[in-house]
Ligand binder design. Structure first.
Ligand SMILES: Cc1cc2nc3c(=O)[nH]c(=O)nc-3n(C[C@H](O)[C@H](O)[C@H](O)COP(=O)(O)OP(=O)(O)OC[C@H]3O[C@@H](n4cnc5c(N)ncnc54)[C@H](O)[C@@H]3O)c2cc1C
Length: 408
């Protein structure tokens, strides 16, 4: 263990920041540890915000660390305070209450912030975003049966909110600028299936559609039609919150650039979670992920690096989305797909295998989560799959496609 590190400060009280603090203590770090979060709540996990917490007003998201745990583990948890500057020469962080916190190692886990909707005539009181517990608590009372909810953006968050609002009896419309839902999945087959599912539940989904302008409670669309919107939910993506890192002169490229050990361009500053564009040794490239898995696992690597170990973060990306009774999971990070194979059908859900130049680069399951563990293993083994078309044969177990020695 690196004995020169006696003071660690973590900025960002989300899942990644809190997991870093937890990992440091679990790995035996005994020095001073401070976790600073701008939200007033102790760290919690976000996925339920667009699922259970919208349907059930009493549901609370799972905690990552609570105040009792922090007290017991000697983690100084500062909530409701924003770090506003990093003084790299003095190795010190400044908070918005004027306090200063010196560090031997600083971890930036500042996450992402939602892209803002900008529209002529928009009444901002009708516009809601969904990133934080406070956002979810503000949105929940708007989802009254019969009220018209317009969701801008047919991505994961937009569709999860749409499914929840539909279940609560709202009149739901989803406006997506692209010709497909979930364009980042890179699978028209998956997008079409998701579209079909939501349309069958009665959600009005309009593709290739933007809002031209707002006129009172009406939104005039690029198609010329006008629709009523009591509430607008903007799910148009997020941006990494690199404000602090940028001002401090760290290397940034749509996220804080880190290597596979979580180190930034300054050796005493590390970063974890959604805010990072990190090097993935399995994929041999940098990537930025917005997923629970990354926020959960990358912090352990960062903690190990702080303690003087060199264990790279090498996970195959994976995420899930629950949209009412539709469960979607996606693994891999396909930059390009030139062939897909489908397995399953209407009754059994579907798995979609994505190939590029003959290699399996991604897999998607829709209401067929039983295939996902094996898809993830197939992706990890990074070996060509013999006769990929036969993945479509549901009678042939997926296990049979694993290379010998990789099947246990
Ligand atoms: C509604 C919702 C649903 C989701 N559902 C899923 C899902 O189903 N499956 C999945 O895989 N992933 C899901 N995700 C993604 C997952 O929750 C995120 O990837 C994860 O929360 C990222 O954690 P993080 O700690 O890196 O960043 P964040 O969660 O963004 O946390 C960063 C924290 O840092 C704080 N902060 C920023 N700047 C400062 C500063 N200067 N000083 C102090 N504090 C600061 C912020 O206030 C924030 O609390 C969902 C996300 C959302 C929002």
């Amino acid at each position: 263990m690196d004995q020169t590190v006696r003071t660690v400060v973590i900025v960002g009280g989300g899942q990644a920041g809190a997991r870093t603090a937890k990992s440091l203590r679990a790995l035996g770090y005994d020095g001073a540890l401070t976790l600073i979060g701008a939200e007033k709540h102790p760290p919690y996990e976000r996925p339920d915000l667009s699922k259970a917490c919208l349907i059930d007003a009493d549901a609370q998201p799972p905690s990552v660390v609570d105040t009792a745990f922090c007290a017991e583990q000697r983690i100084v948890l500062i909530t409701g305070r924003r770090a506003c500057a990093i003084d790299r020469r003095q190795a010190c962080i400044h908070l918005d209450d004027g306090s200063q916190h010196p560090y031997d190692r600083l971890v930036l886990a500042t996450g992402c912030k939602p892209r803002q909707l900008s529209l002529t005539g928009l009444d901002s009181r009708r516009v809601f975003y969904l990133r934080t517990l406070d956002d979810a608590q503000a949105l929940r009372p708007r989802l009254q049966a019969g009220s018209s909810i317009v969701i801008v953006g047919g991505g994961f968050i937009g569709l999860e909110v749409a499914a929840g609002a539909q279940a609560l009896g709202c009149q739901v419309s989803v406006l997506e600028a692209a010709p497909v839902l979930l364009p980042r999945l890179g699978s028209t087959a998956a997008s079409d299936r998701v579209l079909d599912h939501h349309r069958r539940t009665g959600i009005d989904i309009r593709l290739d559609t933007r809002i031209a302008y707002a006129d009172g409670e009406r939104l005039v669309l690029s198609t010329g039609e006008a629709i009523k919107a009591d509430t607008i939910v903007a799910g148009i993506g997020v941006m990494p919150d690199t404000t602090l890192a940028e001002a401090a002169g760290l290397a940034i490229d749509d996220g804080i650039l880190t290597d596979e050990f979580g180190e930034t361009s300054d050796g005493s500053i590390l970063a974890a979670g959604d805010v990072t564009r990190h090097f993935n040794p399995l994929l041999q490239r940098h990537l930025r992920l917005e997923s629970w898995q990354n926020a959960n696992l990358q912090p352990e690597t960062v903690a190990r690096t702080i303690l003087g170990e060199r264990v790279p973060y090498a996970e195959m990306p994976w995420l899930w989305s629950d949209q009412g009774d539709l469960n979607l999971q996606a693994a891999g990070a396909p930059a390009q797909v030139d062939m897909t194979v489908q397995r399953g059908g209407d009754d059994t859900g579907v798995s979609i295998f994505q190939f590029a130049h003959g290699a399996l680069v991604g897999g998607i399951t829709i209401n067929r989560n039983k295939d996902m563990p094996l898809i993830r293993r197939l992706l990890r083994q990074a070996q060509p799959i013999d006769d990929p078309e036969s993945l479509a044969d549901d009678s042939r177990p997926l296990r049979a496609f694993l290379r010998t020695g990789a099947s246990s």
